[in-house]
Design a protein around this ligand. Structure first.
Ligand code: PDD
Length: 276
């Protein structure tokens, strides 16, 4: 495997990570996951823009332009012959002797490499289950930070319960999943949490909302409660890796007799058209 390290493409075996890298010691960095369809990074500009925004929000500068980064990432995809699959990229603040505060002059470190294609056709067709959990994360969930401790703790609970995702609830309001955005459908109305500091504004979420808008289907960007979630007609999640994933059960509540609902299916086919 070839890996992009700052501006150089190296063999995986040649990549060295310093143990004083602040990403390793503090989770001091930001990241993106991008899907590749037919060799083309999907919603490439949106992901790169979000990466630069996340970096800016934590006061980290990226020492090259978004255009140069995209060029380097395309060379990486070429070097790995990626046709279908994903791309993981992270930028940490860089390496320095361990102190909480940092010297603004240290050089950030970018690592990017291809992720294998994940086949999600069966769960997308049959739907998945989810559990709920209190959202105890910090209040800058809009930053795609490497600090994912509470996300992984909550996802592990889902894994242990045999569920696909954990839906996070903050003061009765459904925020998002541990690595996805959550949508409900009630009486034909599509609803999801507004993009603010309490959720990551998912690129798939934004793409889906564009599709909903184009079809003039009804939607609301409004917070909704856990009770509304459990009383919904349909529930689904969105993320780069899952695309649009029907949720057929949350805790003990089954939706639409345990099969993906009609609106979710309509959105899935409209999304497929946008991708292909
Ligand atoms: N996760 N919310 C959170 C907390 C996420 O981590 C993600 C993505 C999303 C969906 O965002 P997008 O549609 O841009 O992928 C929402 C990625 C896939 C991950 O951590 O692997």
């Amino acid at each position: 495997m070839k890996v992009l390290v700052n501006e150089s493409i190296l063999d995986k075996e040649a990549v060295k990570i310093d143990f004083e890298d602040r990403g390793y010691q503090f989770g001091d960095g930001v990241y993106e996951v991008i899907n590749i369809y037919n060799g083309v990074p999907f919603t490439f500009n949106e992901h790169i823009e979000r990466l630069y925004r996340s970096a800016q929000e934590i006061g980290m500068s990226i020492p090259y332009s978004p255009e140069k980064l995209k060029e380097n990432l395309m060379s990486l995809l070429d070097a790995n012959n990626v046709i279908q699959g994903g791309l993981y990229l992270q930028i940490t603040r860089g390496t320095a002797p361990r102190t909480h505060h940092y010297d603004e002059a240290i050089e950030s470190k970018l690592i990017a490499y291809p992720l294998p294609h994940k086949d999600v056709l069966a769960p997308q067709t049959n739907g998945v289950t989810a559990i709920t959990e209190e959202d105890l994360r910090w209040l800058r969930c809009d930053i795609k930070s490497l600090n994912l401790l509470y996300n992984i703790m909550s996802k592990q609970k889902a894994a242990k319960a045999g569920a696909f995702e954990t839906i996070l609830i903050r003061e009765e309001i459904v925020t998002e999943g541990t690595s996805s955005n959550i949508f409900i459908v009630k009486d034909g109305m599509v609803k999801t949490h507004p993009a603010n500091n309490k959720i990551l504004n998912g690129i798939t979420r934004m793409k889906l909302l564009q599709i909903v808008d184009q079809h003039a289907w009804e939607y609301q960007l409004e917070p909704f409660t856990k009770s509304e979630l459990l009383e919904a007609d349909e529930v689904f999640l969105t993320s780069t890796t899952s695309e649009i994933m029907p949720i057929i059960k949350v805790d003990d509540v089954v939706f639409h007799d345990g099969i993906p609902g009609p609106m979710t299916q309509k959105l899935q086919s409209a999304f497929r058209e946008a991708v292909e």
